[in-house]
Design a binder for this molecule. Structure first.
Ligand SMILES: Cc1cc2nc3c(=O)[nH]c(=O)nc-3n(C[C@H](O)[C@H](O)[C@H](O)COP(=O)(O)OP(=O)(O)OC[C@H]3O[C@@H](n4cnc5c(N)ncnc54)[C@H](O)[C@@H]3O)c2cc1C
Length: 291
């Protein structure tokens, strides 16, 4: 299959890319191309212009400052996978990256591309939701920030304007000894998840949970924070029974139905996987070692 004809643009700066976005009709940004190229080849998108971000300066890199991990939009998933900073400071992101596609797709695929593509089952949007990440966007009027909770507006549609682009993602970090687990169910390793669960926890010395974040991916058009589970376990001592009871509330999350799974099955997976993620994060239960 071949992509439809389009005019190719190769900007070198963010300002140049933004100016092209503002002046060209029906333009698409190209990051790692791991989603855009198949969509072009299958004629799901028919842009007149493709603006390549691969040579734009200053869009890649991982740095930590003031309790926040900032990752440039064009940072390859493979670089995140091998980052010691990510592994130690943001273990949920490391675990999630390991479940995205294959080495070959991670070599090219970027964090910004995945967040903007916003596949309901993608792993990175769930990590962004779990960490209450901030998306940094550049446009004709300069820079603005969007809380990830307000980033998805509809199916595979982020809340950025046609003349804007994502430049970075900021993950507020949890305490040094927080616990994290990312668990998903997919048909084959490397496939998108049907449903996933991302968990962040902080516990006091007695094992009592002082802070919790539980996010379910793949059930709806965007990741859903399981706030009922978060509330039920906060202030409680972690235990298999506590998690089993609390996660039952995931069966009431409004769920998508499609060719891959029914809504009922997705709700069932949400309950099971959130429990497994909590057990894995705390080292409890028989599911602690299950991938
Ligand atoms: C075989 C295979 C398996 C895969 N498995 C998984 C998986 O298990 N989980 C998963 O999450 N993903 C999976 N993917 C998708 C992969 O992670 C992609 O890398 C990702 O979805 C898109 O990132 P990209 O950098 O390739 O973006 P591109 O494909 O280049 O772009 C994707 C979209 O984002 C827009 N965009 C890109 N960058 C920006 C920006 N900075 N600002 C604004 N808009 C932007 C583009 O215009 C386009 O609409 C898989 C892909 C393949 C080919």
């Amino acid at each position: 299959m071949k992509p439809p004809p389009f005019q190719y643009h190769d900007p070198k700066t963010v300002a140049e890319a933004v100016s092209l976005l503002g002046s060209l009709d029906n333009a698409k940004l190209l990051a790692g191309g791991q989603s855009l190229m198949p969509m072009l080849n299958m004629r799901f998108v028919l842009p007149d212009h493709v603006i390549d971000l691969n040579r734009v300066e200053g869009l890649s890199g991982i740095k930590e400052a003031g309790g926040v991990l900032e990752i440039g939009a064009m940072t390859r998933q493979r670089d995140i996978e091998f980052s010691d900073l990510v592994k130690t400071k943001c273990p949920l992101l490391h675990q999630a990256i390991m479940q995205i596609g294959h080495r070959q797709t991670r070599n090219r695929g970027t964090i910004g591309g995945s967040l903007c593509h916003l596949d309901p089952a993608a792993e990175l949007p769930s990590v962004a939701a779990a960490h209450d990440a901030t998306i940094v966007v550049a446009g004709p009027n300069g820079q603005r920030e969007i809380k990830f909770a307000n980033f998805p507006v509809a199916f595979m549609t982020p809340s950025i304007e046609l003349n804007e682009m994502v430049t970075a993602i900021r993950f507020p970090l949890w305490s040094a000894n927080h616990k994290a687990a990312f668990v998903e169910f997919s048909r084959r390793h490397g496939d998108f998840a049907i449903v996933s669960a991302a968990v962040l926890l902080e516990q006091d010395g007695g094992g009592k949970i002082s802070r919790a974040s539980v996010t379910i991916g793949g059930v709806a058009v965007a990741p859903v924070r399981a706030t009922a589970v978060e509330q039920a376990i906060t202030g409680q001592v972690a235990s298999v029974d506590l998690f089993r009871t609390a996660c039952e509330s995931c069966r009431t999350i409004e769920a998508l139905a499609d060719v891959h799974a029914s809504a009922d099955y997705r709700q069932h997976l949400a309950a099971v996987l959130s429990r497994r993620a909590l057990e894995r994060a705390t080292g409890l239960g028989s599911q602690a070692a299950v991938h």
